[in-house]
Design a protein around this ligand. Structure first.
Ligand SMILES: Cc1cc2nc3c(=O)[nH]c(=O)nc-3n(C[C@H](O)[C@H](O)[C@H](O)COP(=O)(O)OP(=O)(O)OC[C@H]3O[C@@H](n4cnc5c(N)ncnc54)[C@H](O)[C@@H]3O)c2cc1C
Ligand code: SF4
Length: 361
């Protein structure tokens, strides 16, 4: 273990300590080369690289953003080498065609580890329960924490606003720190255009071009995965020099895969605690894990919402969801898109601060 590795994780688990199912841990890849490509601590990429190296899987299903037919496109595909895993590392803030990619594996002999959003992890779990052939293909489901993804129009509109043809984009990479972040659009021909992550994220937070399923989603920690992985944004972890991921082993398969990584010192890891996570993010979970305030907001904004009666709920949460649904609805009309993308960035930031601020009350 190198010096940075040891220093970054003060209470590193001893290799004799066994990880516990359903508990939360924080950690990061020992290999700085992996972390350099990763979204947070590189736990997902480390896991995929190790599964490929040991032959536990033939491929990993990974996802990225590119362009096809003059538009931005989300792509899911197979990675079979460390380099291919690292090329696709990082978060693609978009809804990806992971499920279709998994379906195509049926009737092949290929064993895969699949990286999926929580809703996708649940669908894949249900799918493989029904299809024994596919169950043999999917060795491990790695779920990402997720509180919202967007549709491809999100990037099309933003790029056009910046004077860039979406069809010129080869890939999109997000480099996100605790207090700053950058989105790099790599164009065909090698030119690179950067944007402040928080400018892009303001459109996402406000609900613009949200994926419709996110409007009524309450499943953010990928409970159906074998192991779920997310960011850890507590004050303590923001102060650390090395960015950490948090993760929860949820099945014996997930536990054994990540335990192997810890024992071989490929990741540094320390206990965080599921209850501590729930206590720390209590307000966020009260906003995102319930449907009552959304049901009222949906009725006010005439957004279609799966049958839910009206129940007592927090009025400021209703206001936050109402704004989110209004901006979502606007982004689904030509005039609304023109208005939203004519706004100066400061106005969009103001909208997102309002939506987020009201959600935290
Ligand atoms: C749309 C989206 C929303 C998210 N929201 C939250 C959140 O609210 N809170 C939180 O704590 N964490 C969230 N995350 C997860 C977080 O951004 C990191 O992905 C996670 O911490 C894992 O980091 P890592 O460094 O271990 O992964 P890395 O080593 O960087 O690997 C990430 C893996 O995920 C795959 N991937 C990237 N984007 C997608 C996608 N859209 N669909 C399927 N696979 C993908 C990549 O191909 C790669 O294999 C979100 C991620 C996404 C994609
Ligand atoms: S918020 Fe929910 S529905 Fe939306 S992409 Fe994430 S897991 Fe899927």
């Amino acid at each position: 273990m190198n010096e940075e590795h040891t220093a970054g994780s003060r209470s590193c688990l001893s290799v004799r300590d066994a990880l516990v199912l359903g508990e939360m841990y924080c950690g990061y890849a020992a290999d700085a080369g992996v972390r350099a490509h990763a979204s947070s601590g590189g736990i997902v990429s480390s896991l995929l690289i190790e599964l490929l190296r040991t032959g536990a899987v033939d491929s990993a299903v990974v996802s990225w953003i590119t362009s096809e037919h003059e538009r931005i496109a989300a792509v899911s595909g197979l990675a079979e080498t460390r380099d291919a895993v690292l090329d696709a590392a990082g978060s693609a803030y978009i809804y990806t065609p992971v499920i279709a990619t998994v379906r195509r594996l049926e009737h092949t002999q290929r064993r895969v580890a699949v990286v999926a959003l929580p809703c996708q992890a649940r669908s894949i779990r249900e799918l493989i329960e029904r299809r024994p052939d596919l169950r043999r293909n999917v060795v491990l489901i790695v779920g990402l924490f997720c509180r919202g993804a967007v549709q491809s129009e999100f990037y099309d509109d933003l790029l056009r606003k910046k004077g860039i043809n979406p069809g010129d984009v080869e890939c999109v990479k997000v480099n996100r720190g605790h207090v700053s972040g950058e989105v790099r659009f790599v164009l065909r021909g090698g030119r690179c255009v950067s944007m402040d992550f928080f400018e892009l994220n303001a459109y996402r937070t406000a609900g613009i071009h949200a994926h419709p399923a996110c409007l009524h989603c309450t499943e953010h920690l990928a409970d159906s995965a074998d192991i779920s992985v997310g960011d850890i944004f507590t004050a303590e972890y923001k102060r650390r020099s090395v960015k950490h991921s948090c993760f929860v082993p949820r099945t014996e398969a997930g536990l054994s895969a990540v335990q192997g990584l810890v024992e071989s010192e490929k990741v540094a890891c320390e206990h965080f605690g599921m209850q501590r996570y729930r206590d720390t993010f209590r307000k966020l979970e009260a906003f995102t894990n319930t449907l009552d305030s959304r049901a009222v907001a949906a009725r006010l904004t005439r957004v279609r919402f799966p049958g839910k009666g009206i129940r007592p709920c927090h009025p400021l949460h209703v206001l936050s969801w109402t704004l989110f649904f209004v901006f979502f609805r606007m982004s689904r009309t030509a005039w609304g898109r023109r208005v939203l993308y004519a706004l100066p960035p400061i106005a969009v930031k103001g909208m997102s601060v309002l939506v987020k601020g009201l959600s935290k009350v």
